[in-house]
Write a protein that binds this ligand. Structure first.
Ligand SMILES: *Cc1c(COP(=O)(O)O)cnc(C)c1O
Ligand SMILES: [Zn+2]
Length: 501
């Protein structure tokens, strides 16, 4: 729709004009720092940072109903920069000029309601929100669009002339980082560090295909993270892990989209997210808090953070009911099918602690719950979901298993509707499905495939046929006719098909 065709009272708001004043704020010492330099931790105390808009109160001058209509009408606006996460520009990056925005098709992923059978099995009404339908097939694109838009802005405004972006990754961060940097001018390049043999072949192919420099490091993700932190401390590089607060801003879009998809009424909703490095849950909490504080939503949804028992430091932290006695201890991870969340020392833990407290306080009751699930439940529920029309990855399975557990524990009430973050596309993690179907899980995973859920191809070669076709050696005449007939007969027997009269 053309700008002139929108209602008058909305027209002036469609192209963002709010001038934010973003500052980094330290979660340790509360000091604030300007955004002229890319910071990851507080230069004073070393604690992680979040970005805050000092002008956020100006957003409250626009009535909540107008904000809702702005976002609704922006759906119809043909401005590529505002088609993705920056539909919520004022909340995501009010300092980023529209011409610096990088848009590769991220965000606005579909919410797909589970069918009646699956809802019945789970015991709750729920949707999958398919973040695997982002360009690099995971939610990490939301954060990269934000981080790279900021870097492009720094480049365009002459504050930097060359950028080498680096990240450590369990697979999806590097795929997203490599994709977004490859789109940008040649002064922006990327290098990614992956734990050797701890990312799937599909994930490894992604940064290679985008032309990034790829390093494989012995150990697990937590080891890669330490190396990349050392690089960012001692050398001129731009760190693209979620330690980078710009990543968090972009990932807040997930919450804004849910708010919009529910017509801004989140009274009886629950949002379920898997936790690894804890950047995603940080962003989801922060997003809902911002919309709530400006009045765009009137209630805060329940948040369920889910961890595998093989990588559960956040779950363990919250086991202690007395906040004063809680003490964070990193854990040594064991192999997990939720491999992108196989993290023992989450970088965003201080952010989580800070935001969970604030969230529960504003909600007036406990509204954030951390749930633990088994590897077995993750695989069983992933496969169950996908046998009912979904494209969930193992982390989607982890979230669904978490919803099942929360329902059993009474955390989810009968009138609640849940939204499950299926954080990546099933195809990225199909190797775990293969291991399940072929009963090849090494013992440490603790997974016994359910025979009811196993599936395998049937090789169909009728024994009585002397000749069958092969690539480059087609059959012809009677041989071919007989091959087609006999193969169809055998298939019909297996499928129990009735012959037409
Ligand atoms: C990164 C990732 C996670 C974990 O998110 P965090 O922000 O690290 O907590 C979960 N699932 C998938 C598919 C991921 O790529
Ligand atoms: Zn500090």
């Amino acid at each position: 729709m053309k700008l002139g065709d929108f209602p008058k009272e909305i027209r002036n708001y469609l192209i963002p004009s709010h001038k934010g004043r973003l500052m980094y704020r330290c979660l340790g010492c509360s000091r604030e720092f300007g955004i002229d330099k890319l910071l990851y931790v507080c230069p004073e105390c070393g604690q992680v940072l979040l970005l805050y808009d000092l002008n956020v109160d100006q957003l409250k001058n626009v009535p909540a109903e107008i904000w809702q209509r702005i976002f609704d009408y922006r759906k119809m606006l043909n401005e590529p920069a505002l088609k993705g996460i920056y539909r919520y520009h004022e909340f995501i990056g009010p300092v980023i000029p529209v011409k610096a925005i990088v848009y590769l098709g991220e965000g606005h992923t579909p919410m797909v309601e589970a069918n009646a059978l699956l809802q019945e099995q789970v015991g709750t009404r729920f949707y999958f929100k398919n973040d695997g339908q982002n360009p690099s097939a995971s939610f990490k694109d939301r954060g990269m669009a934000s981080a790279l838009s900021y870097i492009q802005y720094m480049l365009q405004s002459g504050k930097v002339s060359e950028v080498l972006a680096v990240c450590a990754s369990t697979g999806d961060t590097s795929a997203a980082a490599a994709l977004y940097t490859s789109y940008l001018p040649a002064q922006i390049k990327s290098a990614v560090l992956l734990p050797h043999k701890k990312v799937t072949p599909q994930q490894l192919s992604q940064p290679l295909g985008s032309g990034a420099t790829v390093f494989e490091i012995p150990g697990v993700f937590d080891d890669c993270m330490k190396v990349v932190e050392a690089l960012s401390e001692d050398y001129h590089v731009a760190l693209l892990n979620s330690k980078n607060a710009w990543r968090i801003l972009g990932q807040e879009s997930y919450s804004y989209e849910i708010a919009q998809d529910f017509e801004y009424d989140l009274a009886h909703t629950a949002v379920v997210v898997p936790i690894g490095n804890a950047g995603n849950i940080t962003a989801v909490l922060s997003g809902f808090l911002k919309f709530y504080e400006v009045g765009i939503i009137r209630s805060l949804p329940k948040i369920l953070g889910v961890q595998s028992e093989h990588a559960n430091p956040v779950y363990r932290y919250y086991l202690e009911p007395d906040a004063a006695k809680r003490k964070f201890e990193p854990v040594t991870v064991k192999p997990s099918v939720a491999q992108a969340a196989m993290i023992g020392n989450p970088v965003s833990m201080p952010r989580v602690i800070h935001l969970v407290e604030h969230y529960n306080q504003l909600a007036g009751k406990q509204s954030v719950f951390i749930i633990e699930v088994t590897e077995q439940a993750i695989m069983d529920w992933e496969i169950m979901a996908n046998r009912n029309g979904h494209i969930a990855c193992t982390h989607g399975g982890e979230s669904l298993a978490g919803l099942v557990a929360a329902t059993e524990q009474g955390i989810i009430e009968s009138n609640d509707v849940a939204v499950i973050d299926s954080t990546a596309h099933a195809l990225k993690f199909s190797g775990f499905q293969e291991m399940y179907f072929e009963k090849r899980f090494p013992r440490e995973f603790n997974i016994n495939p359910d025979p009811e859920l196993i599936n395998a191809p049937v090789y169909m070669r009728p024994k009585d046929l002397a000749k069958v076709p092969a690539p480059g050696q087609p059959l012809s005449g009677d041989d071919f006719k007989r091959f087609v007939e006999r193969t169809a007969q055998e298939i019909a027997i297996i499928l129990g098909l009735k012959k037409k009269m």
